[in-house]
Design a protein around this ligand. Structure first.
Ligand SMILES: *[C@@H]1O[C@H](CO)[C@@H](O)[C@H](O)[C@H]1NC(C)=O
Ligand SMILES: *[C@@H]1O[C@H](CO)[C@@H](O)[C@H](O)[C@H]1NC(C)=O
Ligand SMILES: *[C@@H]1O[C@H](CO)[C@@H](O)[C@H](O)[C@H]1NC(C)=O
Length: 380
């Protein structure tokens, strides 16, 4: 059997476009707001940082009573800022001479809304002491583990911290240029965290069930010698290949069954189970009928299920029928049910002078003539 599909287990690297960052806070004064501020990553549509300051008259002066800072859509922010000059009472909304005042300012650079209002002068409000310099920005927490690898950073998520990534065994850092990373002073990582991936081409991702039938011991030996039928040319592993097998005649011989979960992705284990259960078939106890459809239904209703170790729908499924005799049952409905479930079916027929096969039946079974392999007595 040849496989043309090779699957690299590459990770998806989400590339985030960094947006504007603004202080986000609410407080009773500029200082209180800034001290409790978080850094908000603005959405794509928000291109401004806004500061809003409300004041009311206390005694003879206007006193700041409410400050809020956030990301804002540019147009919305500018419309708010324009309100400063709008008529309200004897003067404007943002004023120095009434019992209350609302002022708003916009700016468009990272963290530009730190500190007092930048677009108005508020004479009656003494400049607050320069706000404690915002804590240096830490970088976002990275994924706690690097699957199939490890990483370490000189200083966690602190600015200036440098991380190194490395992968185990056959895994390599992907993308390969990203084996180290730095947390910039502005709180963003130099690049996204990489992942560990295995290189092409050996890892074929499949759940593979084999249904075996032979009519005699001689033919069974010949079938086993086809060799390829029990050798997969692909790596076994939780992220790649696994096999399940059973022998059938008039019925499915469950004493020969190897379920996916029994071999636990281990080819050596599978071959051990194969020689325990499938080599020494007692042909005296086999029924003479060949009920291939029964075996196909058994595969579709049981062997390809997650409870016996098959993986979910994302893992491709493959079925091989390996036989030396025509089915006595009509196979079409069962074969089509498997195909509807996305299971690729292959047929390997062992042919000698006395066996014959109905081509229409083989076509129904395989669904595609390229999925039919014939093995003549004495070689392929
Ligand atoms: C990262 O790798 C560099 C170069 O190999 C090395 O000098 C440095 O000590 C490593 N840092 C950590 C945190 O492992
Ligand atoms: C952060 O700083 C780095 C290096 O100075 C720069 O390349 C990057 O664009 C900055 N990111 C943001 C979001 O400002
Ligand atoms: C695979 O199975 C064999 C035989 O049972 C066992 O010796 C071996 O340790 C297993 N390998 C792994 C990686 O579990």
């Amino acid at each position: 059997m040849r496989f043309f599909l090779f699957i690299a287990s590459l990770c998806t690297v989400a590339v985030a476009t960094e947006g504007l960052r603004c202080l986000q806070c609410r407080g009773k004064s500029i200082e209180e707001c800034d001290l409790s501020a978080s850094v908000e990553l603005c959405s794509f549509a928000e291109a401004s940082c806004e500061t809003e300051v409300r004041r009311v008259q206390v005694g003879s002066e206007l006193k700041v009573v409410g400050v809020s800072k956030q990301c804002k859509q540019k147009q919305a922010c500018e419309a708010n800022e324009a309100q400063n000059q709008m008529k309200s009472g004897p003067s404007t909304q943002c004023n120095e001479d009434q019992s209350n005042s609302v002022c708003r300012c916009c700016c468009n650079d990272d963290l530009c809304n730190e500190g007092p209002l930048t677009c108005t002068k508020m004479e009656s409000d003494p400049l607050p002491p320069a706000p404690a310099k915002l804590q240096s920005l830490t970088c976002p927490q990275q994924q706690a583990t690097l699957y199939h690898g490890q990483y370490s950073c000189t200083d966690g998520e602190e600015p200036g911290s440098v991380c190194n990534y490395s992968c185990n065994g056959e895994y390599e850092v992907y993308p390969s240029s990203d084996i180290s990373n730095t947390c910039h002073q502005n709180g963003s990582w130099e690049k996204p965290m990489p992942c560990c991936a295995r290189p092409c081409p050996e890892y074929l991702l499949y759940d593979y069930v084999q249904l075996f039938h032979a009519s005699s011991w001689e033919n069974w030996l010949a079938l086993l010698n086809m060799g390829d039928s029990i050798t997969y040319h692909s790596r076994w592993g939780p992220e790649s290949f696994q096999g399940s097998a059973v022998f059938f005649s008039d019925r499915v011989h469950e004493e020969t069954l190897i379920q996916f979960k029994e071999s636990n992705y281990n080819e050596t284990k599978f071959l051990e189970l194969f020689s325990e259960r499938l080599i020494d078939i007692d042909f005296d106890k086999m029924g003479q009928r060949v009920n291939t459809a029964t075996a196909l239904w058994y595969a579709s209703n049981y062997l390809f299920r997650e409870r016996v170790g098959a993986r979910d729908r994302r893992v491709p499924k493959m079925l091989a029928v390996i036989t030396d005799a025509e089915s006595h049952q009509d196979v079409q409905a069962a074969a089509e049910a498997l195909r509807r479930d996305g299971i690729l079916t292959y047929v390997y027929v062992y042919r000698n002078d006395i066996t014959k096969f109905d081509q229409a039946q083989l076509s129904h079974l395989a669904g595609d003539k390229n999925h039919i392999y014939e093995v003549q007595d004495g070689g392929t």
